[in-house]
Design a protein around this ligand. Structure first.
Ligand SMILES: [Zn+2]
Length: 148
């Protein structure tokens, strides 16, 4: 019963993330799809990127605008990235099975942090700069939407 409930349209994207991370080095091995879906907390996701605070809505707005305006270089890996927050390993070399180490990050923080910076190195300076840059982009988008 519980198993069926978990395989819904709403959890499809989580299952896709799980499957993608299964094949990756250090990917899920002990944690099951169901455990991963149960780990997911909508209220945590809604708070936005664990580094800069960019929300899903902001990320999606930039993504959608990019698609309509064709105004920006495609950094989306075939337009699949950016419209959702991405699963992030805070300590990069920890396996995905360590659910406590998992968080949500925006595309830009995830890319910039890569597997190199620690959270402590990344958060105070780089993620703040990303947030400032993204806020300016959102401002431009809002202006363009207003005058179109
Ligand atoms: Zn971010």
């Amino acid at each position: 019963m519980g198993r069926k409930k978990i395989y819904t349209e709403d959890t499809k994207w989580l299952r896709q993330i799980y499957n993608n991370k299964k094949t990756e080095n250090g990917g899920f091995s002990k944690v099951t799809t169901i455990e991963f879906i149960e780990w997911f907390d909508q209220s945590v996701y809604d708070k936005g990127c664990c580094y800069c605070g960019t929300t899903h809505e902001t990320s999606k707005k930039i993504f959608d605008f990019q698609i309509i305006s064709k105004g920006r270089l495609d950094a989306t890996r075939g337009k699949h990235r950016m419209h959702r927050l991405e699963l992030e390993r805070v300590i990069p070399n920890e396996p995905y099975d360590n659910l406590k180490n998992l968080a949500w990050a925006c595309h830009w923080c995830n890319n910039a942090k890569s597997n190199f910076f620690t959270k402590e190195e990344f958060k105070p300076v780089i993620s703040d700069a990303i947030k400032i840059a993204l806020d300016k982009i959102i401002e431009e988008i809002d202006k363009k939407i207003k005058y179109e």
